[in-house]
Design a binder for this molecule. Structure first.
Ligand code: SF4
Length: 493
């Protein structure tokens, strides 16, 4: 309608890594069959969980900190346009250049043009979810520019022609003997007697990367946060590769989602306590790099900040889903999720795996492009308990499930399998007689579960969809009602 404001579109199709080739159940099936992957994931997530639990327990005001983090994020999102303009003015005043990118295509075009204008064919990168989201490396490669990942885990993923499977530990699915093999096959300049000792592997990566750092003219980074009042950008990392990227090359290009804002410098006090404890289980981050525009003769002498929307404004307009933008990418929700621990990150198809991915990806792309993800959860609530900014992930999952069910019904002019199942259940439960008969008919399930002790896939309409991804327990010989009648005959209570 004329005059009505329109929402910006979701993240476009055909570019970026927000949509998988398969649905979650199909992709998870491959992952579940990979015993090495499950062993690696189980070991890594158990270790990080234990470390996190111990450092979180040290803080008597942890819950107050979580609440402060939540409030700060909610406030920032409510005033996002104002804070973004404040950030733009502050960055520009300190000699930086701000670019606004509506989507992945626009952001890639901006960065490729900036790099090409420098006449280089190589750039170094510090780990960045936003650039993975938009597939910047692929766009640079298509333009004849090699992008070198400098975070150790990202380097392993890149050299292994692989995809990241965890927000913080992208190569969590690889063990050290696999990493040794990748280095021997792909690094070129590596010692052929390389062992799989972690220190030896790290040393090989250091030597390889040092040459890149010293020759690179352009660096590309993401951002953990940007401070609206000062125009300061921050990156937190553990290896020092970020510090090298952010200080050695002459030109620095930062690609940042528009939600990564905090209003004031002092707000970092909250987030720099929440983030390291929730992510790596450390009290403080080993390297926290912050820069404000340009400093003459010190560090990069050209700074570009690309502010990326790519569906975020649409998420902001969704009153029930917008809290997903509060995420500080700590990955605590992944490490406590029983689904993630078994299926691994690749099953989610998106650069954002785990519980946060199950809500953020469909919100950014539109639910129908990632329709299976909101169902990739048992709704146990462990993610909500672990989240340092108290994002109620289970509630958003339910909201997205409802939206998918409604859209399905509208598009197919027929109710979904879930809707049919729920209506049938409601009909049966409204009558004591129908309910009693239904419970009795459950005895047939004993026949189905006779051999395995559980009921697997049942090839009947509606029931098939439910049972193909779940094993049901074999019903007991006697229902509770029958037992009650047998043992309390004559006792109406
Ligand atoms: S949703 Fe919460 S726990 Fe999960 S990555 Fe984001 S901030 Fe961390």
């Amino acid at each position: 309608m004329l005059g009505m404001p329109t929402l910006p579109p979701p993240a476009p199709r055909g570019v970026g890594h927000l949509r998988g080739d398969e649905s979650f159940p199909a992709a998870a099936r491959h992952a579940l069959a990979d015993t090495q992957l499950r062993a690696n994931l189980g070991h890594a997530t158990r270790t990080i969980r234990a470390k996190r639990a111990s450092v979180v327990a040290e803080l008597p005001d942890w819950e107050e900190l979580r609440e402060a983090g939540r409030q700060l994020k909610v406030h920032t999102m409510a005033h996002l346009p104002d804070y973004l303009e404040q950030l733009e003015a502050a960055v520009t005043a300190r000699g930086g250049v701000v670019h606004w990118a509506r989507d992945a295509d626009e952001a890639n075009r901006i960065v490729v043009d900036l790099v090409k204008a420098k006449g280089v064919d190589e750039v170094v990168k510090v780990k960045s979810m936003a650039t993975q989201e938009i597939a910047l490396n692929e766009a640079l490669e298509a333009a004849g520019v090699s992008a070198w990942e400098t975070d150790l885990a990202e380097l392993i993923v890149q050299l292994g022609h692989d995809r990241p499977s965890h927000i913080l530990v992208p190569a969590i699915h690889r063990n050290r003997s696999e990493i040794r093999r990748i280095f021997l096959d792909e690094m070129g300049d590596v010692d052929p007697d390389l062992t799989d000792e972690p220190a030896v592997l790290a040393g090989a990566a250091r030597l390889h990367l040092r040459r890149k750092f010293l020759s690179a003219e352009v660096a590309i980074s993401g951002a953990n946060y940007a401070i609206a009042e000062t125009g300061t950008i921050g990156v937190v990392e553990s290896e020092g590769n970020g510090r090298m990227c952010l200080t050695l090359p002459k030109t620095l290009i930062t690609v940042m989602g528009i939600e990564k804002l905090v209003p004031r410098y002092t707000d970092l006090e909250v987030f720099l306590q929440l983030l390291p404890r929730s992510s790596t289980g450390e009290r403080m981050n080993p390297y926290t790099s912050m820069w404000t525009g340009l400093t003459p003769d010190d560090g990069p002498q050209e700074f570009h900040l690309v502010l990326l929307d790519n569906g975020r404004t649409q998420v902001l307009a969704d009153a029930e889903g917008r809290d997903a933008l509060n995420c500080i990418r700590c990955s605590a929700c992944l490490n406590v999720c029983p689904v993630y621990e078994r299926a691994g990150g690749h099953a989610y198809g998106s650069v954002y795996p785990g519980p946060i991915g199950a809500i953020l990806s469909p919100l950014l792309t539109g639910v129908e492009d990632n329709a299976s993800l909101p169902f990739a959860s048992s709704l146990c609530g462990a993610c909500y308990d672990a989240c340092p900014v108290k994002i109620n992930i289970p509630e958003i999952l339910v909201h997205l499930r409802a939206r998918h069910t409604e859209t399905y019904a509208e598009e197919h002019r027929a109710p979904s399998a879930e809707a049919v199942a729920m209506r049938t259940l409601s009909y049966v439960m409204r009558s004591p007689l129908r309910w009693t008969l239904a419970l009795r008919s459950g005895r047939f399930g004993r026949l189905l579960g006779r051999r395995r002790g559980t009921i697997g896939e049942v090839p009947l309409p509606v029931v098939k969809q439910w049972t193909e991804t779940r094993d049901l327990a074999r019903p007991p010989q006697q229902t509770f009602r029958d037992w009650w009648a047998d043992t309390h005959s004559g006792d109406p209570s």
